[in-house]
Design a protein around this ligand. Structure first.
Ligand SMILES: *Cc1c(COP(=O)(O)O)cnc(C)c1O
Length: 366
């Protein structure tokens, strides 16, 4: 008999997802809010990118370019890549989700690391997969732990390098060792969202691995150093095997026209990127010095944010967060990442950083 009282039931795994919560906070009536919780740049978007979208209002009745061909050509030119192996996306989050949809089915396993980006777990569970967690050492990805967790059911390994929320990275040798230890039918996702910020000589953003192998995909974003987070634009580089899969399942118009235009301009904004990097390096040094002086330990960072730990102070991260929020400063709480006594501090403007440091000095000494 037809039952008219049953609610629709979602696929297995979906109700196990903790819906992604963006960085926020309880703000009182502080006059000015400094939002340092989402790893956004304090420098706005490059002028080239803002100019590129200024006239777009005339054309919003037209569909975007379906293959993001100009944007792919711009990226290919900038990094000397094969444009046919690039897929652009509605933020790189979309790629992380598409990869799971393409390669993970009910009961399959995908490996993430202990403090891996939350979006990976959501994408795995949404497809009925089992997220298998590899322990980290000192908030750094442990290649052996990942390899120890591989089984016959493993389909995908997600690696953020540098990591979020840790800020740490594994070097080229370790990345190669990870790839060599995986079966060739396991997809290795190298999420290089912070590649532009990682200045170490032994860092490898994953492009070499993609060129040499069929089972690697590198993902990148315009949301961080390029300042286009609101437009949602990311891209990937992968073998033709993987590209032909992603192009079959992505939305036909997945990257909007503003995102394509702004991305194509931003990718050549070298001066803006250099200025951003200099600001970042300068402040990472100052913040480290002043906070460690207060007993706040900092995980070494290769990104535009810092993991700051309160274990060796007489205060908790929760108390610090409440105090900062009451003065209009929002850092990222990390309960969802199981690091409850630390905060993730996105390096902000001069003014924002001065404020955070002086507030924490007062707070720790109070
Ligand atoms: C910010 C971030 C992304 C990028 O997300 P977008 O969807 O491109 O805005 C991807 N991976 C990690 C680890 C990130 O921190």
């Amino acid at each position: 008999m037809t039952d008219f009282n049953k609610a629709p039931v979602a696929n297995a795994g979906i109700m196990d997802i903790h819906a992604y919560k963006a960085g926020g906070g309880q703000l009182n009536d502080a006059e000015k809010i400094y939002h340092l919780a989402s790893n956004e740049t304090p420098h706005g978007a490059p002028k080239e990118a803002r100019d590129a979208i200024a006239d777009l209002a005339q054309n919003i009745h037209l569909y975007p370019n379906s293959g993001s061909s100009n944007l792919r050509a711009a990226i290919a030119k900038k990094y000397d890549l094969d444009a046919n192996k690039i897929v652009c996306s509605n933020g790189s989050d979309e790629l992380l989700t598409l990869i799971a949809a393409a390669y993970i089915k009910q009961g399959d396993e995908a490996i993430i690391s202990e403090y891996g980006f939350l979006v990976y777990k959501i994408a795995i569970l949404a497809n009925g997969g089992v997220p298998v967690v590899a322990k980290e050492i000192n908030y750094t990805v442990d290649v052996d732990a990942i390899l120890d967790n591989v089984t016959d059911k493993t389909k995908v390994v997600y690696l953020a390098n540098p990591g979020n929320p840790t800020g740490t990275y594994i070097n080229a040798g370790e990345l190669n060792r990870l790839h060599k230890g995986l079966r060739s039918d396991i997809v290795l996702v190298v999420d290089s969202a912070y590649a532009e910020y990682c200045l170490e000589d032994d860092y490898n953003n994953g492009i070499d691995l993609v060129e040499a192998n069929e089972n690697v995909i590198m993902t990148r974003t315009f949301s961080k150093i390029y300042g286009l987070a609101a437009l949602r634009v990311g891209w990937s580089y992968a073998s033709e095997t993987i590209v032909s899969v992603l192009n079959r399942i992505r939305g036909p118009f997945n990257v909007n026209s503003a995102a394509q235009a702004a991305g194509s301009a931003a990718i050549f904004a070298d001066k803006f990127v250099d200025m951003s990097l200099q600001h970042n390096v300068k402040w990472a040094g100052i913040i480290k010095q002043r906070l460690t002086g207060l007993g706040i330990n900092i995980t070494p960072t290769h990104t535009n944010f810092m993991l700051i730990h309160f274990d060796d102070t007489n205060k908790t991260a929760e108390e610090a967060d409440r105090y900062l929020c009451s003065h209009g400063v929002v850092l990222r709480r990390l309960e969802a990442y199981n690091i409850p006594n630390a905060l993730r501090y996105t390096i902000g403007s001069d003014e924002a950083n001065e404020l955070v440091l002086s507030l924490l000095e007062k707070f720790i000494k109070s």
